[in-house]
Design a protein around this ligand. Structure first.
Ligand code: SF4
Length: 81
């Protein structure tokens, strides 16, 4: 369970375990919600989740639907849906 109050992010497993995709997400997010573990896999930086500016850049880097930004303050509505 995340500490974030306003935003949660879900990323499908094939993207999480793809070092190239993880690097793209880490590069794209302006508030550093994505980082890479030592093995290159994706790490979601929980303490930064509530900094999300809803820019959709992460969603544009990954195959459609594989990265979902959830607006917890809006009943869990999916950004861009
Ligand atoms: S929508 Fe923007 S700020 Fe939010 S997680 Fe994606 S890239 Fe980061």
């Amino acid at each position: 369970m995340s500490e974030a109050l306003f935003i949660d992010v879900e990323v499908d497993e094939p993207v999480r375990s793809d070092a190239g995709m993880a690097a793209k997400l880490a590069e794209a997010c302006p508030v550093d919600i994505y980082a890479q573990n030592e093995d290159g896999t994706l790490r979601i930086v929980e303490e930064n989740l509530d900094e999300c500016v809803l820019c959709e850049l992460c969603m544009n880097e990954a195959p459609a639907g594989t990265v979902r930004v959830l607006k917890l303050y809006d009943g869990g509505a999916v950004l861009g849906a």
